[in-house]
Design a protein around this ligand. Structure first.
Ligand code: GAL
Length: 391
């Protein structure tokens, strides 16, 4: 009977090699704490979040469900559909444990409605050392111009210059990363934080749309529909030179037994002060009055944030620990770069879904995907983004 007390069904979208190796660390920690883990993996973030919400609204909620560190779950908080985990947050001292951007996303009106499990950076550059050697690229690009020069060398060497998955969320991620890295934090924040429509029609923003679309010329014909981790595999196998992707991609390199700094390299942007787009994952806890489910929810929340679970999970996930008091010395070379950058809050950028609602994010994603996949003009795309950012 005791076992039934802590049975937890957990909905998540971690289905790639690296992701499933990582989520097993969360499951193992929960089982070691006396829990029974029921794994409900649903491929694709949008599909998993929709399934979790449908189960909640339909009255058969899971015990917990993955969302991004974002505004994605504010509506279901407002609708009274989530439990908070204040009891765990206060007992474990979350206010002192988590960085401000993470706390801002999970603590709503003084209550803690989600447990954060990692800090991902959504826009790293990953590259194959073998591909760079074959293309005669001696150093990591430090500017957008150097980046395009490297893409040209990779093309001339007969390699896929830029590995890209042709799915709307990946095209949006590529745009956001390019806006931050090539446009700079100020332009990014004026658009996403200030939601300034005029910014979207400014020459600087249009220049970013233009250079973003230029990237399309370096992507292979097999890109449409490709999953993000299959794009990462092209870099792992040396068939592609680079990929702009969140550091969940590192989980795939690790799953392929490759070592950062040996078979592959990583850089978090152009130059020593590049912006660091803070992203990540949380688990929310659907409303229930069942004492056994509430007990399971609290056990999940406390188990996921222990130092030991944090190191074991993040090592496999490619992210960095959510708490700043974890001994991360043993983490890989890319994580060490990320941990260093995390100490400089002037470089932190909230990911766009921390700044705009899911509706606005979805509208912008549709605009970016149309712009990327058709011959729509920069002016028309800019006009559409100006209208969409006003929400
Ligand atoms: C992101 C999530 C990551 C990663 C990625 C691809 O939204 O934060 O954990 O797994 O999706 O599935």
């Amino acid at each position: 009977m005791a076992q039934a007390q802590t049975k937890a069904e957990v909905i998540h979208w971690w289905t790639s090699g690296g992701e499933s190796a990582a989520v097993k660390e969360l499951a193992n920690a929960y089982k070691a704490a006396g829990g029974v883990w029921v794994d409900s993996a649903i491929a694709g973030g949008e599909a998993a979040r929709a399934a979790a919400i449908n189960r909640i609204v339909g009255g058969t909620p899971s015990t917990a469900a993955q969302f991004n560190t974002s505004k994605q779950f504010l509506d279901i908080i407002d609708a009274g559909l989530l439990n908070n985990v204040d009891e765990v947050a206060v007992k474990d001292g979350w206010d002192k444990m988590f960085p401000a951007p993470i706390l801002n996303a999970i603590k709503i009106k003084g209550h803690y409605y989600a447990v954060p499990v990692n800090i991902h950076m959504g826009a790293w550059f990953w590259y194959s050392k073998a591909a760079f050697t074959k293309a005669g690229i001696a150093a990591e690009p430090k500017t957008p111009d150097e980046f395009f020069a490297a893409l040209d060398k990779l093309k001339a060497a007969g390699l896929v210059p830029l590995a890209q998955g042709g799915q709307p969320w990946q095209e949006k991620l590529l745009f956001d990363g390019w806006l931050a890295h090539a446009g700079g934090s100020e332009l990014y924040l004026k658009f996403y934080r200030d939601r300034d429509a005029a910014t979207a029609q400014s020459p600087a923003f249009k220049a970013i749309l233009t250079s973003f679309k230029r990237l399309k010329g370096y992507v292979d014909a097999g890109s449409p529909g490709r999953n993000w981790n299959d794009a990462t595999s092209l870099v792992i196998n040396g068939k592609a030179g680079m990929q702009l992707m969140g550091d969940w991609a590192k989980g795939e390199f690790q799953n392929a037994k490759q070592t950062a700094g040996k078979e592959y390299g990583c850089f978090p942007g152009f130059g020593p002060k590049s912006p660091y787009i803070i992203a990540g994952d949380v688990f929310v806890f659907p409303k229930t009055s069942d004492p056994a489910q509430i007990k399971a929810q609290h056990l999940l929340a406390s188990t996921f944030t222990t130092p030991a679970t944090q190191v074991a999970f993040n090592n496999k996930k490619g992210s960095i620990p959510i708490r700043t008091d974890v001994d991360a010395k043993g983490m890989d070379a890319c994580a060490q770069i990320g941990l260093q950058v995390m100490k400089d809050s002037s470089r932190h950028l909230p990911n766009s879904e921390m700044l705009v609602t899911p509706d606005v994010a979805g509208a912008l994603q549709d605009i970016i995907t149309k712009f990327w996949n058709t011959n729509q003009s920069v002016d028309d795309a800019a006009k559409a983004m100006a209208a969409a950012i006003k929400g």
